[in-house]
Design a protein around this ligand. Structure first.
Ligand code: HEC
Length: 317
C-alpha cells in the first residue's frame, strides 16, 4: 500500500503536528527579531551616553574646573572625650595639618607671622602670645572657629577638614602656649551636641560642574554660555586695564576660571551687594578668591559687585 499525502484521509493529529511546526518556526523568527531590535536599541543608548559624557568632558576641560569630586557623606562618629586628650599620634597628625593648612598665615611657630598673613587686617592670631579672642582658645571654641570661620576676616571656614582632623590640629595649636584654659566636661558635651559629633556629621556634596549638570542641578546650556561669555569679556577688560573694578577683581582672584565658575553656578549673589559680600566672604579660597577679599572696603566691594553683575547680566541676555 502506497503512502500518499493527497490520498490520505484528513487526520486531526497530522494537522496539529504541522501547525506546531509552523508556529514553532514563527515563534523563533519573532524572537530573533525582538533580540535584533533590542540589541540595536541598546547600542543607540550606549552611543548617546558616550556622546553626552564626551561633551561634558569637553566642557569641563574648557573651563578647567578644578573642584574635586566629594560625595556628601556622614563622617565617621568621633569620641569627643577621647579626642580632648592629646596623644602623640593626634599631635603628629595635627602638626602635619597645621603645617600644610594653617602655617602660611599663622606661622610655623604659631607666632601669627606666616607670609600669607602679612597683608591681612586683622592679622592672623598669634597663638604664642594671643590678642583677645573672638571665639576663644578652648578646644570647643576653636572647633567653632574652624567650622564657621571668623566672618569678614582672613580666617575662612575650614569645614571641609573632617572632625577628627580638626581636633588634631587644635591639639597641635594648644602646644604653642601651655596656659590655654582647659575644656570642662560640660564644654565638650555641648560641642558634641551642637555638631552631633557622636553620631557623625553630614558633610555637603562637592561635585565638579560637569557632574552637577549631568544631574540636572544646573542648566547646562545657560551655564556654559554664561561662563564662556564672561571669561572672554573679563579677559578683554583685564587687557584693557581701564576699569578700576576689573583691576581690583583681578587682584582678588586666585583662579579666574574657578572664580567665574563659582559665580555662574550660584544665583543668589547678584541679588544685592550684601548677598555678594556674603557669597564672596564665605569660603573665598574654595571659590577661587584670595583671602584678601576681606581687606576690600565696602565701596570697592560694591564696585566689583556692579562690574560682575553687569558681566553676567550681559552674557545672560
Ligand atoms: C588665610 C590666612 C589664614 C589661614 C590659612 C588660617 N587662618 Fe586662622 N586666622 C586668620 C586670621 C586673619 C585670624 C584673625 C581673625 C580675627 O582676629 O578676627 C585668624 C584667627 C584664628 C583663630 C582665633 C579665633 C578667635 O577665637 O579669635 C584660630 C583658633 C585660628 N585662626 C585657627 C586656624 C587654624 C587651625 C588654621 C588651619 C586649619 C587656620 N587658622 C588657618 C587667618 C588664617
Amino acid at each position: 500500500m502506497s503512502h500518499n499525502n493527497s490520498g490520505k484521509k484528513f487526520n486531526v493529529f497530522d494537522l496539529f503536528r504541522d501547525l506546531t511546526k509552523f508556529y514553532g518556526i514563527l515563534y523563533m523568527l519573532v524572537l530573533a527579531f525582538i533580540v535584533f531590535l533590542g540589541a540595536k536599541y541598546v547600542k543607540t543608548l550606549d552611543y548617546n551616553k558616550l556622546f553626552y559624557a564626551k561633551e561634558l568632558l569637553a566642557a569641563d576641560t574648557n573651563m578647567r574646573v578644578t573642584l574635586p569630586l566629594k560625595k556628601g557623606s556622614i563622617t565617621p562618629p568621633v569620641d569627643v572625650a577621647k579626642l580632648s586628650i592629646p596623644t602623640p599620634e593626634l599631635l603628629a597628625k595635627g602638626k602635619d595639618i597645621y603645617n600644610t593648612t594653617c602655617a602660611s598665615c599663622h606661622g610655623e611657630t604659631g607666632a601669627g607671622n606666616g607670609p600669607a598673613g602679612a597683608a591681612l587686617n586683622p592679622p592672623p592670631r598669634n597663638f604664642v602670645n594671643p590678642q583677645p579672642w573672638k571665639n576663644g582658645p578652648k578646644i570647643s571654641q576653636m572647633y567653632i572657629t574652624l567650622q564657621e570661620g571668623i566672618p569678614n576676616t582672613g580666617m575662612a571656614s575650614f569645614s571641609t577638614i573632617p572632625p577628627e582632623d580638626r581636633f588634631a590640629v587644635i591639639q597641635y595649636v594648644h602646644t604653642f602656649n601651655l596656659s590655654y584654659p582647659k575644656d570642662t566636661p560640660e564644654d565638650l558635651a555641648l560641642l558634641d551636641q551642637k555638631y552631633s559629633l557622636k553620631n557623625g556629621v553630614k558633610m555637603a556634596n562637592q561635585i565638579p560642574l560637569g557632574l552637577a549638570m549631568d544631574l540636572e542641578m544646573l542648566d547646562f546650556d545657560t551655564l556654559k554660555a554664561d561662563l564662556n561669555n564672561a571669561v572672554q569679556k573679563l579677559d578683554n577688560d583685564i587687557k584693557d586695564k581701564k576699569d578700576t573694578a576689573v583691576i581690583m577683581l583681578n587682584e582678588i582672584m586666585i583662579n579666574k576660571n574657578k572664580a567665574l565658575t563659582s559665580l555662574a553656578s550660584n544665583t543668589k549673589w547678584n541679588v544685592t551687594a550684601e548677598e555678594f559680600s556674603k557669597f564672596i566672604g564665605t569660603d573665598p579660597l574654595d571659590k577661587g578668591f584670595k583671602a584678601s577679599v576681606y581687606q576690600l572696603s565696602p565701596e570697592k566691594l560694591n564696585q566689583i559687585y556692579a562690574y560682575l553683575k553687569n558681566l553676567f547680566v550681559k552674557s545672560r541676555a
